[in-house]
Ligand binder design. Sequence first.
Ligand SMILES: Nc1ncnc2c1ncn2[C@@H]1O[C@H](COP(=O)(O)OP(=O)(O)OP(=O)(O)O)[C@@H](O)[C@H]1O
Ligand SMILES: [Mg+2]
Length: 272
Amino acid sequence: MSVLKISNLHAEVDGKEILKGVNLTISEGETVALLGPNGHGKSTLFNVIMGHPRFVVTSGTIYFDDIDVLALPTNERAKLGLFLGMQAPSEVPGVINSDFLKSALNARREKPISTYNFYKLLDQATKELKMPFDLATRALNEGFSGGEKKRNEILQLKVLEPKLALLDEIDSGLDVDAMQVVAEVIRKEQEKGRGFLIISHYARLYDLVKPTRAVVMINGRIVLDGGPEIFKRIDQTGYEFIKTELGIEIAKDEPNMNTVSIGSCAVKTGVE
Ligand SMILES: Nc1ncnc2c1ncn2[C@@H]1O[C@H](COP(=O)(O)OP(=O)(O)OP(=O)(O)O)[C@@H](O)[C@H]1O
Ligand SMILES: [Mg+2]
């Protein structure tokens, strides 16, 4: 059984500690909502799980299928079946979207997929996502609208078929119809047994994909772990009850940089 087990995870970026002892276990096939105020470490957790080089793990462990994830490079983590749908996907000029997808898929297969079968797969996946096929033949994310970038993350999910998908604000930028389309795809993937850990600030996506569990990250730790009533409550009343009922002081908002992306490690001069 595929289980992601994160224990006492501490991590920092540029010398600043962001994750301060994360404990979280996700079992096979679960869909879990991850909530928390801006800047409290949700995206950092996802980046650390996937091995973004800018984030330094100072202590703690991550195991997936009893394999020490932190000992592996990012591509090996992906081969294990972990996947990240990014909050802010990078534009990669010069790399054709479909070539990227095919290489990523072949990296996980023993025998490369035939061009015919790959295009059949791509055609079906783009149709399901109601994406114009030309997005698959353009440079990866280059000039894509906000919603197109998010749909493209889900296209990757469909093609790569991970065991556990980490989706970081996949709903931001999607119009109402696109949200329905993406939710429908997620529902189909849930039926196939895929697990999801989904960050969103709004109940709307959660109402559509129905997580069975919700966890809340405050100040770099998971402070609450319970049922769907948690995201319903947060959607209606915000995070105040965390302070009044759990006695946890919520650190003041810091400007959210959100400038760290997987893509930025591939170039020497980043845009930040
Ligand atoms: N290079 C950096 N140097 C210092 N602080 C950083 C750096 N990169 C990120 N941070 C900080 O880490 C904190 C956690 O950021 P993270 O992106 O994980 O938050 P988040 O919970 O995903 O927030 P949001 O809901 O706004 O997406 C933020 O305060 C952010 O400013
Ligand atoms: Mg974030």
